[in-house]
Design a protein around this ligand. Structure first.
Ligand SMILES: [Zn+2]
Length: 404
């Protein structure tokens, strides 16, 4: 049970820290818990939990929330939750066409949420100056902000802090959002790859600890995956594990700016469906897609809802390619749960059905029957939430280690 913990500060050889981390991880998921519930979930003794909880309350990491229930003998059950007074975090999610910014408290409540379109700016640094001004305003309005989390599109090279996004008009490789924030604000900045933030968010918000290998497939402007194995995020040696968007599904296929050909995201991302529509539109003069001046994926989904034949065919094909991606994911990582998330989930049940169909066609039944495939609603704020809670982990870890 103990290895379920994802807290950055939990040292493997420090049992108290590991137990604290496990307990905090459960509180993150449940929100409010009693000591009895914590003992049951952690497998620790009641006495052990009482001691641990007292220590965490003393360190101001936990707080009591009041009476949850009272048994027939008059014994009261008191609720516990993470202490909001530990502060708030700013979560910034960078994508190829927009930046989302939100403020979260320690318990995951959102206080502010805005989107900045990159199309309004000439360079990423110009957009970043605007973001910096907004964050400065937030820091004044919320003086208890303790950290900033940044979720970055991949492939993201962890050590050199470089974002190597393919297929974008902006120079992501030279973009250094962490440095800009650190130089201008007196706050720690914690970067995370966007798909990793999404998989952590899913794990924190859903009861999935019984799954050994949880995989989240991020299907947005690009395609990527986040993987949690035995409760631990799997990032690979340089932080670019599971960049499934650049796994070739056709060695002679469409060239990709990563240098490969036939990369998955060139067939089933939102950018890919727009490109495909533009490529074939002149052969379909009756399609409803012709009415849009600057065709976007919104328009394609809009026409898909109206059952426009071209939009339907484009979405169906993209869903089939996502299925091929899932097949590769299963063969590479042997997951027992795959979650499909982000913008392409706008395809709804068509996506889920097509992926299941392709998986059962192409994966041996003994494995295919054991993999559960789910879909997260398209409007989920997984990346922002996961990025925020990743920063919260650092705040708690720092509090734990400064008190130990
Ligand atoms: Zn590629």
């Amino acid at each position: 049970m103990i290895e379920k913990s994802l807290y950055h500060g939990a040292k493997n050889n420090d049992l108290t820290q590991m137990n604290s981390a496990l307990l905090l991880d459960i509180l993150r998921k449940r929100g409010v818990c009693s000591r009895v519930e914590l003992a049951k979930e952690t497998g620790l003794t009641q006495a052990g939990i009482t001691k641990l909880v007292s220590s965490l309350i003393e360190q101001q990491i936990l707080k009591e929330t009041g009476i949850l229930s009272q048994n027939e003998r008059g014994r009261k059950s008191i609720g516990l939750q993470l202490n909001d007074e530990l502060g708030k975090v700013v979560s910034i999610c960078f994508s190829r066409t927009f930046i989302k910014i939100a403020i979260f408290d320690i318990n995951g409540r959102v206080y502010n949420n805005i989107t900045v379109q990159l199309g309004h700016f000439k360079t990423l640094d110009d957009a970043m100056l605007h973001v910096l001004d907004l964050v400065k305003e937030y820091v004044v309005a919320f003086p208890d902000i303790k950290a900033i989390g940044i979720a970055l599109p991949g492939p993201y090279l962890r050590q050199s802090r470089q974002i190597t996004v393919a297929d974008s008009s902006f120079n992501w490789f030279a973009f250094r959002p962490q440095e800009i924030l650190e130089e201008n604000l007196n706050l720690p900045v914690y970067p995370i790859h966007d798909a990793d933030a999404a998989v952590l968010s899913y794990r924190w918000r859903n009861d999935v600890d019984s799954y050994k290998t949880l995989t989240y497939m991020l299907l947005g402007e690009g395609v990527g995956a986040g993987i949690v194995i035995d409760g631990k995020l799997f990032e690979g040696s340089f932080g670019t594990a599971a960049e499934i968007g650049h796994m070739s599904i056709d060695v002679k296929g469409i060239p990709c700016s990563c240098g490969n050909r036939g990369c998955l995201e060139r067939y089933c991302s939102t950018s890919a469906i727009v490109e495909k529509a533009k490529r074939v539109l002149n052969r379909h003069p009756d399609s409803g897609l012709n009415q849009y001046k600057e065709l976007t994926y919104y328009d394609i989904f809009n026409e898909f809802d109206k059952m426009d034949p071209l939009a339907t065919s484009i979405i169906n094909e993209a869903c089939e390619y996502i299925g091929y991606g899932v097949v590769n994911l299963i063969n590479a990582y042997n997951p027992d749960l795959i979650v499909l998330g982000n913008i392409m989930c706008r395809s709804g049940v068509v996506l889920l059905n097509k992926v299941n169909e392709v998986v059962h066609e192409r994966i041996i039944p003994e494995i295919a029957d054991k993999v559960e495939i789910r879909m997260e609603p398209q409007e989920s704020d997984s990346i922002l939430y996961g990025c925020a809670m990743n920063s919260v982990d650092y705040i708690i870890s720092n509090a734990l280690s400064s008190n130990s």
